[in-house]
Design a protein around this ligand. Structure first.
Ligand SMILES: *Cc1c(COP(=O)(O)O)cnc(C)c1O
Length: 223
């Protein structure tokens, strides 16, 4: 079982190396619905960045893995009553798309800790999608974030709608890349464009992703 996971992990790293021969792109292992034993075996072969979608599940795992130096990313939908726990336990939050959520995360992040690293989630490809902010909403949230010392915006995250057409996938990813480039011009802290999952990691990297979030192709299917 664990052998299988480390084998699949090596395969994902190989796929990534083909499109990112310089090794610049960060690989985030999305461990939602998978157990701490699997996380631990990946940690021991060198994977130290993990992402979770559900707060209770994540904090239970963090408690069990307290002896490991894991960088934890929150990538799920953020309910306002969970912002305190998220701000206290995670290193990165990638799914920020509402002003109210940003302000609560900033309020609850202790000043004694490093600033909470934030990615703003851009709505892409589907105007009706509930997750993600439009460009204008995102810029407003970004400007507010820059005034809050307990958070640091590091870039953008997006989840384009699934498509089997490469041209459409590219079009979506390039939309995010264009906004990312604009933000980067005036802000040296902006260095992370989180896009690409198991099914589209190659295209995402070709379009400028700096961080891919891989669940299924490392851990296997989620039940
Ligand atoms: C679950 C999830 C992933 C991982 O998706 P896979 O297709 O299993 O690789 C990546 N990003 C987000 C935001 C997710 O919720």
């Amino acid at each position: 079982m664990d052998d299988q996971i480390t084998h699949r992990y090596a395969q994902v790293k190989q796929r990534l190396a083909v499109v990112d021969p310089g090794g610049q792109v960060m690989l985030l292992a999305v461990s939602k619905k998978h157990n701490t034993k699997a996380i631990r075996s990946l940690y021991h072969v060198g994977q130290h960045r993990f992402a979770e979608n559900y707060v209770q599940e994540a904090t239970a795992k963090m408690a069990k893995l307290d002896d490991l130096d894991i960088e934890w990313h929150f990538i799920g939908h953020i309910q306002s009553n969970k912002t305190q726990v998220i701000a206290q336990h995670f290193d990165w939050v990638q799914s920020v798309s509402r002003m109210k959520i940003l302000c609560q995360l900033a309020k609850y992040r202790s000043v004694e800790k490093d600033p909470l690293k934030i990615l703003l989630q851009l709505k892409i490809g589907n105007e009706d999608s509930k997750s993600g902010a439009s460009v204008s909403e995102l810029i407003a949230i970004y400007k507010t974030a820059r005034t809050l010392p307990s958070v640091q915006v590091r870039g953008l995250m997006c989840i384009p709608p699934p498509s089997s057409q490469e041209a459409i996938q590219m079009h979506h990813f390039k939309e995010a890349k264009t906004l990312f480039d604009k933000l980067q011009i005036s802000d040296p802290n902006i260095d992370t464009l989180s896009m690409g999952m198991s099914g589209d990691l190659e295209i995402a990297v070709q379009c400028g992703s700096t961080m891919v979030r891989i669940g299924t192709d490392i851990f296997g299917a989620r039940i």
